[in-house]
Design a protein around this ligand. Structure first.
Ligand SMILES: Nc1ncnc2c1ncn2[C@@H]1O[C@H](COP(=O)(O)OP(=O)(O)OP(=O)(O)O)[C@@H](O)[C@H]1O
Length: 264
């Protein structure tokens, strides 16, 4: 486990009586707090009494997601219960135990580590699809099972604005369809709703926030980590964003401004 960033956090007391990290005096906190608040308001994402399973991968996005969901509990008028869960894909050198220790040291609710062979199966000869697609489908399935077992009515994931845009391009390029990750998606007849509280947040702000809070960095043991289709699309989009700073905002706005009369 490697720590990044320069600034240690001071602690304040959480409503539950436990310690929680104080908001960093950095612009990224304000920007993300606003993005999470707006998403909560716009989609009515998490309600009083919800039981929320939170998918935690150990990456900056899901740690930032957990930080905000936990921190907000101390200052918003509703209450909900968080159940963090890491789905271990089964590779050697897994970091589930270290991640669990990090949650305990931070004073967060205990992290559940689900041992699976999602990653191994996805990279086996038996799999004829893209390993990332299968692995993420198996992981998602496990997260839904854990949510049901814990009687959770919400499953929160750490996808952000950049992920949502990338999902549109991945689906167009590799699945031949126009679709994307929705911020709020009731599933299984409404038994559980998938929520993405960072849907309106920019990745660069999350990166900065995670750096300031010195979240640990875990080396992803997945052999496809650096070679996924997502990385290709990401590079393509970054080149577009560099060319004109309005492009990203325009693409994101277009996702809720679809002229169906002008589609085939
Ligand atoms: N192994 C896992 N166990 C539990 N949840 C996961 C796992 N992997 C991913 N997730 C959930 O799915 C979200 C998106 O996963 P993805 O693999 O795209 O990661 P990412 O964009 O690199 O985000 P992060 O920085 O959180 O790893 C994560 O933010 C997290 O909520």
């Amino acid at each position: 486990m490697k720590r990044t960033g320069t600034k240690a956090t001071t602690k304040t007391t959480h409503r539950s009586g436990r310690q929680r990290p104080a908001p960093p005096e950095d612009r990224s906190y304000k920007v993300l707090n606003k993005a999470v608040g707006t998403a909560q308001h716009r989609y009515d994402m998490i309600a009083d009494g919800d039981r929320v399973c939170v998918g935690v991968s150990g990456g900056k996005d899901s740690l930032t997601l957990f930080w905000f969901l936990y921190e907000r509990l101390s200052r918003i008028p509703i209450s909900y219960t968080l159940f963090p869960c890491y789905v271990d894909p089964g590779f050697e050198d897994g970091f589930g135990g270290v991640l669990q220790d990090f949650f305990a040291q931070t004073g967060w609710p205990p992290l559940r580590v689900e041992s699976t062979d999602c990653g191994i199966v996805a990279h086996s000869d038996a799999n004829r699809e893209n390993p990332c697609f299968l692995c993420s489908r198996l992981r998602r399935k496990r997260l839904f099972e854990v949510s049901a077992e814990l009687d959770c009515n919400k499953l929160a994931l750490g996808h952000h604005k950049d992920d949502i845009i990338e999902s549109l391009f991945i689906n167009m390029c590799y699945a031949g369809e126009i679709s994307l990750m929705k911020p709020f998606l009731p599933m299984f007849g409404g038994k559980v709703t998938l929520v993405r509280p960072l849907a309106l947040a920019d990745e660069k702000d999350i990166q900065r926030f995670a750096g300031h809070l010195r979240f640990p960095e875990f080396k992803n043991p997945c052999p496809s980590a650096e070679t996924s289709k997502r990385s290709e699309i990401k590079a393509l989009l970054e080149a577009l964003y560099r060319g004109n700073r309005k492009v990203k905002g325009n693409i994101f706005r277009s996702l809720s401004n679809v002229k169906t009369d002008y589609l085939l």
